[in-house]
Every structure is written in structure tokens, then in C-alpha cells.
Ligand binder design. Sequence first.
Ligand SMILES: [Zn+2]
Length: 191
Amino acid sequence: MTPAEARRLLEEGNRRFCERRPEYAGIRETPQPPFAVVLGCIDARVPPELVFDQGLNDMFVARVAGNVLSDDILGSLELACTAGGCKIVVIMGHTDCAAIRTACAGTASGHVVSLFHKLAPAIQEAGGGATCDPQDAALVRRIAEIHTRRVVAEIRGRSAVLRELQVAGTIAIVGALYDVDTGSVVFAEER
Ligand SMILES: [Zn+2]
């Protein structure tokens, strides 16, 4: 399977999800090795296996609020592509992300502080900062898109393993945005 074929499987699965005609509710009759790894948000509306209509053992999934990167997540993505043989790494943000909205509001305590610290550059780039309105849906969406793009760039910058696999054409690393209202996933242009 090529990275383009892996992406097409995800796009076709998301189309089935949007059209409410899922095929993979559980174990496949003919099992196949996992082909994709997704880093997504913990938001209860965004489970990647459902959103992409994939069955058991089809994809690896890492989820953390705001789909932020960490060393352990990066190691997990590397494992999924080396030992796991995945052909595509998807960083999936989503609209109406509560993590982004709360980060915009500037209210954080405990371990949330360090998590929101990782969202701050995207908020700044979107022109948010101190004047950021957490109820501004368009702004929150734009921040999600920018943050997703930044995470893709960060992966390429920090992981020599994944960068080399991508340069060799073995894997694709791509951002995506899930719309919680329509259920559709729009992939960013690959760069
Ligand atoms: Zn979220």
C-alpha cells in the first residue's frame, strides 16, 4: 500500500461515515495490518476509528487534548510507522475544540497549564493572544488549522525517523480538520 492509497482509504471511510452507511463495526472477516496512525483530540465527538469508519486493527490512534505533541506521542508515531508499518500519519484537529477555546480564555491550572502552553503559538499566529474570543467559532477553527499545520512541521523537524520515511516516499505526514457539525474530514495540502 502507498501513502496515497492509505489516504484514499481514510477519505472513503469518512465518506461512509458522513453518509451514515458504516461498514466496519468490529473485526474484519479478512484482517489486514494497520495502515494509518492518527493523532487526534480527546474530544468525545471525534473518535478516529468511527470518523474514518475503520475496523479493529486498521489504525493506531493517539489522543490527547488539543492534539498536542510530546516525546511519548512522537515515539508512538515512530513505532506505528516502523514496527507497525503504517503508511500515513494524520494529525487531526477539529472545529469547536474545547481545549483551544479554554486556552483562548486563558483559564488554566494544574497540568493543563503546560498543555495549553503548546497551543499558545497557534493562538498567537491566528491573531488571538490577549484579545482572543473563545466564542469566535471562525477564530477557534483557524487556530485548530494553524495548530495542526504546526504539529505536522514539528514532527518533521523533531523526528529524523519520520522525516526520512517521508522523504523516501514510504509514508505521508498530513494535517486534517474534522468538522463536528458535518462529520467531514478535510485533509490539508501535503507539503
Ligand atoms: Zn478538541
